[in-house]
Design a protein around this ligand. Sequence first.
Ligand code: SAM
Length: 263
Amino acid sequence: MGEAYDLSILNQDLEVARLARQAHSSFSHELPVLAAAGLRSGMSVVDIGSGSGHFTAQLATLAHPANVVGIEKEDAMVRVARSLPHLGNLDFVLADALSAQPRPEFDFVFCRLVVNNTPEPKTLLAKMVGYARPGGLICVSDIDDGTVVMHPSPPTVEHVNTLFLDFFRRQGGDRHVGRRLREMLTHAGALDVKTHVIAVDTQTWGRDVFLGRISTRTRRLVKAGMISEGDAALAEAEAARWIEDDSSYGCLTKFIVVGRSPH
Ligand SMILES: C[S@@+](CC[C@H](N)C(=O)[O-])C[C@H]1O[C@@H](n2cnc3c(N)ncnc32)[C@H](O)[C@@H]1O
């Protein structure tokens, strides 16, 4: 089994830029849900799989003056994250959360867009529960590609997306994880687990962010020998036309699941 999230085959600068753009365009609709779920100023936070750190930095602004720690296993990402401006309450640790020995010290344990690409989601969620202090909150945010609607439907892009779902599953990931998060966090031991869903569409999110992953997907499928360079170019050109087309419309659902520490 490979890695569903494989930074080594991505252009790192482009991936950092994609994560930054994706995080920035998400603040306005995701942060209010986190606040409604209980995230407050003065709560210590750990963000598992913090990536480029852009979302973590927003959490640090919300949680200030308490400390926020990002845990990230890719050195290149940690270096970018450490260079971001902050209010003095943000730190990043280079570590694999799957092999960490968590201490129950955080008020808010967070993980965004990681569970879908980890081959060991149960272990990851158990570690999250382990990081929460007694009474602390555990919050998992992820996607579910089964909720994606694109109109008009671009046939080659849809074909690439279908192949990618299968490829991703074989790499140990699950692009349909959103619907399973509540069940998974409950099984990990969290109490009172509630699901918040956020519908985002091309009006609120923009078209390019909506289709930002297509070239990542085509690159990976070409490398795996599942599509040709010609198919990749066709899908990328189709995606570019869809993005430019004022009449095109897309929407998807994000899932944010929150539970309480059982300790
Ligand atoms: C798609 S990115 C999301 C980054 C960030 N959470 C965000 O929302 O922008 C997933 C990140 O999780 C990291 N990651 C995956 N598994 C991890 C693990 N076991 N421990 C630490 N980081 C992990 C990856 O290296 C990657 O940077």
